[in-house]
Design a protein around this ligand. Structure first.
Ligand SMILES: Nc1nc2c(ncn2[C@@H]2O[C@H](COP(=O)(O)OP(=O)(O)OP(=O)(O)O)[C@@H](O)[C@H]2O)c(=O)[nH]1
Ligand SMILES: [Mg+2]
Length: 457
């Protein structure tokens, strides 16, 4: 399925217009195809930008100029893909870029699949699987913290740690095998106490990696937060305040919002999809009924709901109902309109364990406490730069499985089970670690990972 012998081509810059657009070629014929497009006039020096005119043979054998381009050649194996790579920087018009791709295809190149450049880099051993996944994460990042963690993984921080653990495990296995293989040298019985300590040490290092994993995953995948409440409590005002723009309609008419309104905001590096919803109430209006249905379904899937109440209005039965209806959801209770006189005769939240925050949606300062509470709910401590944070579920699952094998091995040693079983557990743990970095993979897995890339990467 992965043909790596041919030359691939794709536009590497995003769709649409731009100052510059880049077309990338990779494969054994990258240089000759680029040469043909440039009329074989330009001398390409490795890793040096050369100004050239790009043209193609028109139907009547005349040449037709396409654009003036900057061409850079990266001979393999020291290139992104490990093969010969040529990058053509043209004027960023989709028409020009497509003409270049078509001309390259007429000269024998094949249109690249999503992620195929990076896949080749992986297959050629330029990067490991963790780094390849980090490329996609970096391209997809929407907050600076996401970008930073992805870049750390691309630099190899995580790969290095996993390989180090793998090497320690390898040494341990080799030592155990030797003591089993050469009983005459007096090592017949492995030192069980030492072996357990060694296994427990390795397991602890994996636990260390896993410890930051939950937060890492939150940063990579983001969170969805629904704003829920009775009509007119100020949900859309809160939404607009957090988004920093008048995105949702705000009026003093109860039942203003009917549809879901969504924006992504950055909460301390975590991308948060904030969803404004229709005020929940019993109504005969068909449009509003649908809006309320949608509000409830968003609440059911959201990671957190901001449950908004208007404290300038007496706490009534419908408020109480809403409080009960949401008791099983993860929620943050917001007592809004803090600038107006309090109309609640008693504290309605005495029996509630959720975090409660006062807010005034109409002023910047009035939202500060809400912002802080939101951060506290969604974000724990920020990972340090030098600690390789795990962000990817695939890595988390595999590390947990590896730790499981190690714990089983440690158990087996201490319960005097035959050494062969211990070795088998340790070998399995190694195999799992190697799946993370991609020393062992399957075609299905690669297909799955690289299909989420964009074309040209
Ligand atoms: N004084 C004061 N007025 C507020 C505050 N928050 C919202 N309002 C006003 O309350 C009214 C309703 O605000 P919205 O944000 O539209 O309320 P909503 O909950 O989205 O309403 P629906 O979409 O109808 O459910 C508007 O007139 C807002 O200006 C606040 O903190 N203080
Ligand atoms: Mg609204």
């Amino acid at each position: 399925m992965f043909n790596t012998d041919d030359t691939i081509v794709a536009i590497a810059t995003p769709p649409g217009r731009g100052g510059i657009g880049v077309v990338r070629l990779s494969g054994p014929n990258a240089q000759s195809i680029a040469g043909a497009l440039l009329g074989n006039r330009a001398q390409l020096k490795p890793r040096t930008a050369t100004l050239a005119t790009l043209e193609e043979i028109a139907s009547d054998n005349d040449t037709e100029r396409i654009d003036q381009v900057l061409v850079t050649s990266f001979p393999g194996p020291a290139s992104y893909t490990g093969d010969d790579v040529v990058e053509l920087s043209a004027h960023g018009s989709p028409v020009v870029l497509e003409a270049i791709v078509k001309a390259a295809m007429r000269s024998g190149a094949r249109l690249a699949e999503p992620g195929e450049f990076t896949l080749r880099g992986f297959l050629n051993g330029r990067i490991d699987l963790v780094q390849a996944e980090a490329v996609a994460d970096l391209v997809d990042s929407v907050t600076p913290l996401q970008a930073r963690l992805a870049y750390d993984q691309l630099e190899g921080t995580l790969s290095t740690e996993i390989r180090a653990i793998d090497t320690t495990l390898f040494d341990l296995i080799a030592g155990l095998e030797a003591s089993l293989d050469f009983p005459e040298e007096g090592y017949h019985f492995i030192d069980r106490r030492k072996t357990v300590t060694a296994i427990v040490d390795i397991s602890a290092r994996i636990s260390g990696l896993l410890a930051g994993g939950r937060r890492g995953r939150v940063i990579r995948e983001g969170r969805q937060v629904a704003i829920i409440g009775s009509p007119n409590t100020g949900k859309s005002s809160i939404f607009n305040g957090l988004v920093g723009a008048g995105r949702a309609i705000v009026t003093d008419v109860a039942g203003t919002t009917r549809d879901l309104v969504t924006e992504t905001i950055d909460v301390c590096g975590v991308p948060v999809r904030l969803v404004d919803t229709a005020g929940i109430r019993d109504t005969d209006n068909a449009v509003e009924v649908e809006g309320v249905l949608r509000a409830r379904s968003v609440m059911a899937v959201a990671d957190l709901s901001l449950l908004v109440f208007d404290q300038s209005r007496p706490f009534d039965n419908s408020d109480l109902q809403l409080l009960e209806e949401t008791s099983s959801y993860r929620r943050l209770i917001v007592a809004n309109k803090g600038d107006l006189p309090l109309a609640w005769s008693s504290d309605p939240f005495t029996a509630v364990s959720s975090r409660i925050v006062k807010a005034t949606a109409t002023t910047e300062a009035g939202l500060e406490a809400l912002r802080e509470a939101l951060t506290a709910e969604l974000v724990a401590e920020e990972p340090r730069r030098d600690s390789p944070a795990i962000t990817n579920t695939r890595h988390l699952d595999l590390l947990e499985r590896a730790r499981g094998e190690l714990d089983r091995a440690a158990q087996a040693v201490s319960t005097e089970i035959s050494e062969e079983f211990v070795l088998a557990d340790l070998q399995r743990a190694r195999a799992i670690l190697e799946e993370i970095t991609g020393q062992r993979t399957t075609e299905d897995l690669l297909q799955h990972i690289f299909s989420r890339f964009c074309i040209g990467k």
